[in-house]
Design a protein around this ligand. Structure first.
Ligand code: FAD
Ligand code: SF4
Length: 471
């Protein structure tokens, strides 16, 4: 009854899905969380207060109708919940897995006031995973096809968000990607223990069923030219991500035994998937002492990959304190459980060398000083606190900068002083670039950020394209 509903959050505490045993987690490339069962999701989603002003929706970058689909799933209306969830999100099952919910929807839940937030992410994942497994597919029966077609460069979350909205409005979306599978960093970056790869394979089949066309293994600028796309399509969307590795600029960074984070992760994913082309791209750290420098999601993925490869010791060294780490708290906790050691307030000074090979890293302790331009407190080295941490391998995970292709100039697309493509949301045609026929979104516009923000920008750019095409 209604009264019982109102007090569900008192009677039932927040419960996350169970995790697989540590033994499996430390060796296997499988998602560590077990799926919710039907009764678990009903019980947990029922905890939602329907508080009237859902802060969770505001904080969610795609503004999901969270209380509404929680109510639907709690009442057993799974397909309706899936349909509603797809009204605002292109990849709900992915966001349910990889969004840092503690900083977004769940961080804003009213029940954080002593009761524990509703498990929004896990419920979102359950709804789409289960509905798709039971045969539900997005309903596009009402869509009237137009004769317009748009080329999308990049099959990452931004490109997929754009393709989704265009297709739902009768515009043909043709997506080009240089990789052999869709997903961008979802497939070739984020490791399987956060997101198993069959999730994206299944999603490609769903998109193909909706009428989206994928041209994979096709690099624009090499296999097909931008001039051809400009001629053949009514508009072009750029969602090509950020791939320029940010260097630490300390001595020894180029020594053998020092690795860049993303190639290390991509090499491992490709090895696991059987896509490996050059054997040297796969780095196996079995039996090694590994130090990962950095404190974001990429650093967490590196330490946890090294654990699964069988590294003897894995340390994450970060220049600020735990409170100021940019990565998801959930993933730091998971890394710790899996045996990763954390050294906070350590800034690298140089890679230490032994016969031309990295054998450790010299670090200095830091304390946090005044806030910088982003409002984050700047680490200050403490003189005399230097020490050498021994290591057989050092992985540098300091983030990425946009890597716009040379051909952008040929089509007069402007970039800013940090190489991001200039495309604003607040203008007549959302996310239009300096070339009126070209739109852009995701990491290549905002710098490396989140899956959900890339999806949002791709979807918003599609709205801009629809307005531009007069559809
Ligand atoms: P991408 O995902 O990078 O996709 C760009 C696509 O464009 C790629 O498929 C690429 O092949 C293609 N492309 C580029 N140039 C061309 C060309 N010339 N021709 C054809 N195709 C081209 N975010 C989270 O929310 N949660 C996480 O847990 C998380 N973990 C992460 C872990 C790692 C290791 C990394 C690197 C990032 C992580 N992120 C995470 C960030 C998130 O993955 C990105 O913000 C998001 O993928 C950006 O989406 P995008 O579509 O802009 O770009
Ligand atoms: Fe939360 Fe991300 Fe889902 Fe939004 S998309 S409800 S932020 S998990």
């Amino acid at each position: 009854n209604r009264l019982a509903n109102n007090f569900q959050f008192i009677d039932v505490g927040r419960n996350d899905p169970d995790k697989k045993p540590l033994q499996t987690r430390r060796t296997d490339y499988v998602e560590i969380y077990k799926p919710f069962t039907k009764s678990q999701v009903a019980e947990q989603s029922h905890r939602c207060l329907e508080c009237g002003n859902p802060y969770c929706e505001w904080k969610c970058p795609v503004h999901n109708f969270i209380p509404n689909w929680l109510k639907l799933v709690s009442e057993g209306n799974l397909f309706e919940a899936a349909e509603l969830s797809h009204e605002t999100n292109t990849l709900p099952e992915v966001c349910g897995r990889v969004c840092p919910q503690d900083r977004l929807c769940e961080g804003a839940c009213t029940l954080n006031d002593g009761f524990g937030a509703v498990t929004i992410g896990s419920s979102e994942k359950y709804i789409t995973d289960t509905a798709l497994a039971m045969g539900w597919r997005p309903d596009l029966s009402h869509v009237v096809a137009t004769d317009r077609k748009v080329a999308i460069i990049g099959a990452g979350p931004a490109g997929l968000g754009c393709a989704d909205i265009l297709t739902r409005n009768g515009v043909k979306a043709v997506v080009f990607d240089r990789y052999p599978e869709i997903g961008g960093l979802l497939t070739f970056g984020i490791p399987e223990f956060k997101l198993e790869k069959q999730v994206m394979t299944r999603r490609r089949e769903v998109f193909e069923g909706m009428g989206i066309e994928f041209r994979l293994n096709t690099e624009v600028g090499r296999d097909i030219q931008i001039s051809e796309l400009m001629e053949q399509y009514d508009a072009v969307f750029l969602g090509m991500g950020t791939y320029t590795y940010m260097k630490g600029n300390f001595p020894g960074e180029d020594l053998p035994g020092v690795y860049e984070a993303l190639p290390y992760l991509v090499g491992n994913v490709n090895h696991n998937l059987g896509f490996e082309q050059e054997p040297e791209a796969y780095v196996n750290l079995r039996g090694k002492r590994v130090i990962v420098l950095g404190g974001g999601d990429t650093a967490m993925d590196c330490v946890r990959t090294a654990v699964r490869q069988g590294a003897e010791q894995v340390i994450c060294a970060y220049r600020r304190d735990e409170e100021n780490m940019p990565g998801s708290r959930r993933e730091v906790k998971n890394a710790r459980e899996e045996g990763v050691e954390f050294l906070f307030n350590r800034q690298p000074i140089e890679v230490v060398e032994y016969f031309g090979q990295a054998c450790g890293i010299k670090v200095v302790e830091t304390e946090l000083g005044e806030p910088d331009a982003d409002g984050r407190r700047r680490p200050q080295p403490i003189p005399g606190s230097e020490e050498v941490l021994e290591a057989d391998a050092v992985i540098v995970a300091f983030g990425f900068q946009p890597s716009p292709p040379d051909w952008l100039g040929d089509v007069a697309v402007q970039t800013n002083d940090w190489q991001g493509v200039v495309a604003e949301e607040e203008q007549t045609y959302r996310f239009q670039t300096s070339n009126p026929k070209i739109f852009a979104g995701g990491d290549m516009v905002r710098g490396s950020d989140l899956v959900v923000t890339a999806i949002w920008e791709g979807r918003q750019a599609a709205e801009g394209i629809l307005d531009y095409l007069g559809v």
